[in-house]
Design a protein. Structure first.
Lengths: 464, 464
């Protein structure tokens, strides 16, 4: 796109939407260039629009289509795949001023929200009504619902309660031509026509922009009971996960931290964790009555049987909250160690021990620190590659390590991303994982939704 | 399509697949004309193929594309939307000989199956391994997994455990060009690229044919505790549902039967139900330990508070099984009363009392018997329109009643089909419910997957 196209486009926006907040100053644009993905350094966008209502978004996209300008939707910028990074000459639409919860509908157990609401704010608002919104990425305090919808975010309790896709019953979207379309409503079950909602969830703004969502709620579950188990090796922790599953326990949370993570988290939060353990599992149950205690007794026996050196049940809810909070902030504890790039591999549950072994092998072969934590009950591991801030070869080392991790996950029948998305940072692995025929179907779907290719180009699908 | 095209196509099949079972005799074809949807009378298909493996399906579709012959996938023929009814001049592909369970993978909690396996057979096979496949349409004994995938089938326990779409982690499909494509695998969480699996589930064979599925399993839940509550009016039963939800109970089953259903079921099964009640709720919990009993105590109080005349807890598991079985066979009990057409409306939970009132109004206005049962905890009601077998105006009366029911559901923010699919019988309501813009997106998706329009034409999407 040449400069005159950009200027004409901005002029058209100013004429059509005089009250829209539109940033074009380079200093302002800087904050909208990147997301939280280390080593991604895109150019600044042409401009940033901060609409407050759907009609403005529709008009922006209509003008973008007319001027053939790329559009990048952006939530809170906490993404870990580069899904919201700027595109040269493109308009970034920040949804952070569309941040109103429109309705909490108790009788239908749904909440209707704009996309700019933070996950934690939504949870808190419905909790005040005795209700529970399940999806809880570790970044809950800083991530937006719109970003969660874009990446099909998971989190700590999706093991029991499902991922973001499972929580969505209705959407309002703006299509690539600038049309506002409603999908679904407040009905839980609907078999009328194609599942466009689950198709759009996880498409990272490449098929449509989400301007409103109707999300499923549940009654607030009982308080969790929390078990911590410390292991002398990663292998024994992996075996314990398999043993817990085999024992028929369905925890609400089943998280793993390796030694580097345990120490970094303990340094930050002074929790008195066993700093010599090679791995820790955090297992929770929120079954009512004595159910949770009974489930954790079975899990405890499974952990000890698999070789746990020690186990502790956190009976004090405040203590358990602190542990959960520390786990959620694990990535930030990593960032104190250096530049941390969080990967997001997933493998079939039974392959977790093999994936953990692969991570250790890759770290040793490449002489890198890789600290691993993650939602091990789902088979979803986050290996964090830690690099010296001043290492001039940092990026090259990172690329070698992520390449090895992605290939290992695919080799185990897994995925290169379980909950962060392909975004801009993993496009070269999509075809390797899913195969060229599946990617060809995705391209056909993309063309069906966005024939001009203006919606978040350079994300999700590899260049043709 | 003219006759010579059909003959050339059949000749090509016989040449390419000499060992394939291919039916062309009119008497044989008769059994593949209809499904269980009353008053749908399609012509016989050109031929029926009964492949035993994916490669045969792929070759059939490749030839069909070459000869521009429509292809209709068919499971057990128990559908209630006409999704599998024959298309004039088309090839029906029956999947009933692709009926092998390929693997029960305990460590990854998945089962890999061909589509022709019956739902009940799959449940039974995994139960023998201590595992549980959740989706359970009332027709479990006679419906195939392939049909369940096609319609995104629900059932009695999807209130707690989700619908078919929620259970699918991997698919093998044959595309409209005859290509075999694998989607997903054994990994629970995957955010790599677009959600093609949830898009294909529920598309009733109009986007691709499913030749294999990888389905999520769980540990077998504890035995259910069952509460029956009898009400003097439909309204009070509807109020009880709202009260149960408001009390924070999450039952595993929450079913309603109206008086006509209670009597028909009791006539068939001699269960000693309260035949004078206007409505009955069957509420179950499968929480472990004392959790289930406690949940049903709360539900019991909610029912009594809403005006239940009597409640009974079935403590004997055999008695509860009998009740559940009777509920599952309710449609067959209906069929003794006349020609029964089962509708499948869904409304937001809080609108259930209003929908029940609409059903009563429509029955009265049109002078028809409409017997209603359904998965009321999901807002999914099955009004059964009962017509005299000999009534020459039966079809016309049916069309008026279904039209009124569909419009009432849409008017309440609901759906014309919660779990049976649009199929051939509800196409004229798709646009009314979802809007022309959403249907236009569906058409674009259809064209992306099936540019020649050979996959199950005349189903799901209305004629353009």
């Amino acid at each position: 796109m040449d400069t005159s196209t950009g200027a004409a486009f901005l002029e058209a926006i100013r004429t059509s939407l005089p009250n829209l907040r539109l940033l074009t100053d380079l200093l302002d644009l800087e904050g909208y260039r990147r997301d939280e993905t280390a080593y991604l350094e895109p150019p600044p966008p042409l401009a940033v629009a901060l609409p407050t209502e759907t009609a403005e978004v529709a008009e922006l996209v209509r003008l973008a289509a007319q001027h053939r300008v790329p559009v990048v939707p952006r939530g809170a910028g906490s993404g870990l795949s580069g899904g919201a990074i700027a595109v040269a000459g493109g308009l970034t639409i920040s949804f952070m001023r569309m941040n109103r919860i429109l309705e909490i509908d108790r009788s239908n157990l749904v909440v209707i929200t704009q996309p700019g609401v933070l996950n934690a704010a939504l949870k808190q608002a419905v909790a005040a009504e005795g209700l529970f919104y399940a999806p809880d990425p570790a970044s809950t305090e800083i991530c937006s619902i719109g970003g969660n919808l874009g990446t099909n975010a998971g989190g700590l309790c999706c093991l029991k309660y499902g991922v973001t896709r499972d929580a969505v019953v209705g959407l309002e979207i703006v299509t690539a031509s600038g049309e506002v379309v409603r999908l679904g409503g407040r009905t839980t079950k609907d078999a009328a026509g194609y599942g466009l909602i689950p198709l759009i969830i996880g498409s990272q703004g490449t098929l449509a922009l989400i301007t409103e969502a109707t999300l499923r709620l549940r009654p607030t579950p009982p308080p969790s009971v929390t078990l911590l188990a410390f292991f002398p090796s990663l292998t024994s922790a992996g075996d314990a996960v398999a043993a817990v599953v085999a024992a028929g326990v369905e925890p609400s949370t089943l998280e793993l931290m390796d030694r580097t993570t345990i120490r970094a988290v303990d340094d930050d939060h002074h929790l008195g964790l066993d700093r010599d353990a090679a791995a820790m599992l955090m297992i929770e149950s929120d079954l009512p009555g004595a159910g949770a205690t009974r489930a954790l007794e079975i899990a405890d026996a499974a952990c000890l049987g698999a070789g746990a050196a020690s186990t502790i049940v956190a009976t004090d809810p405040a203590e358990a909250d602190l542990l959960r909070q520390a786990r959620r902030e694990a990535f930030h504890s990593m960032e104190r160690l250096g530049v941390a790039r969080m990967e997001d591999v997933g493998v079939p549950r039974g392959r977790v021990p093999a994936m953990l072994a692969e991570i250790e092998r890759i770290a040793a072969e490449q002489g890198l620190t890789i600290a691993t934590f993650g939602h091990v009950g789902d088979g979803n591991l986050h290996p964090n590659i830690i690099l010296d801030r001043d290492d001039p070869d940092g990026h090259a080392k990172l690329l070698r390590a992520t390449d090895a991790l992605c290939r290992a996950a695919i080799g185990l029948g897994g995925t290169v991303t379980a909950e962060h998305g392909i975004g801009a940072s993993r496009r070269e692995y999509l075809e390797l994982q899913r195969g060229s025929a599946a990617v060809a179907l995705m391209r056909a779907v993309k063309t069906a939704f966005d024939p001009l290719g203006i919606l978040n180009p350079g994300k999700v699908l590899p260049d043709a």
